[in-house]
Design a protein around this ligand. Sequence first.
Ligand code: PLP
Length: 376
Amino acid sequence: MTEKIRRFLRERQPETPCLVVDLDAVADSYLQLTGLFPEAQVFYAVKANPASEVIQRLNTLGSGFDVASPGEIDLCLGQGASAARMSYGNTIKKERDIAYAYERGVKLYAFDSESELEKIKRAAPGARVFCRVLVDCGGAEWPLSRKFGCSPEMAADLLRRARDYGLDPYGVAFHVGSQQTDLKQWDAAVGLAARVFTVLREANIDLRMVNVGGGFPARYRSEIPTLKRYAGAVTRAMTKHFGNNLPQVVIEPGRSMVGDAGIIQSEVVLISTKDYGEDKRWVYLDVGKFSGLAETMDEAIKYRIRTPHDGGETGPVVIAGPTCDSADILYEKTEYQLPRALKAGDKVEVLSTGAYTSSYSSVGFNGFAPLRTYCI
Ligand SMILES: *Cc1c(COP(=O)(O)O)cnc(C)c1O
């Protein structure tokens, strides 16, 4: 938690639950990333945190935007971002949404199937296109596998067809899975991309871009390599598979850009046990799966939690949200310990919650308001 966030919480005492995002920390992430990838083009994955202040700050710094819908396009345009610096990276688009993007000047489109390519041909004539290849996402704590991408053979075939359609076959994309902890994944994925380049060169098509996606981490409970080691892994993979004929590298960070810049403050609503004499307490917070902590699904993302009693004796807990749905349990199988002194009314902080929280919050399940974001 940054000093700025600590001061805001102390002085403003906002109603909980709320997300507080330190925009200077977002800017620091952007500058660190561009320092480590000086040649790369950065498209911030808007879905990670679509707060307009976040978009605006990143736009000022020169970031581009990976957008997935007309809503995200309008959001970025509204904050002064240029359509020329947007990538329509969703491979699942309505044809009229492609036309909408094209009218507003978006020039770069992802696809991973024949039908999608045909939609782009009709709705965005002459556009730059890139094909997403399927990778297995092993080692990712929040995998983006199966649903996106096609085989390298299909990618090569479709990119060839893109040229026949009058589109500009620009390159290949992949995403190794979000919160990827295995640095070797980029080597395998860049290898796949390079194979597509080779096949297309034989057809006299020079692809120019590799989009290495996101996957860079935020700090949750487990140890993670430094961002510098991630950058090293990506750079080594590019050099190994492309030699000195390096294409344009695109990165699409979401989680790593905003995750550590935000914290959720929450209040303990209730602490109970299921029988007399049980050691395991149930700790119910005023934030849960439906108000921002959706990535606790299957207990995938394990957030760090701070309490006012840290340092005191702890005991095992199940941690749950406040709604009348038994799916709204955050951690039951994962061992969490919280101080025995913790009591209803205490404020707790869920750390590194700047990414994939506010955008996942429901509109009002059980009458609980969506997660409020303060950008400071
Ligand atoms: C969500 C998404 C990202 C961001 O991934 P992170 O792991 O959060 O960095 C990047 N690219 C695409 C296409 C995405 O859908």
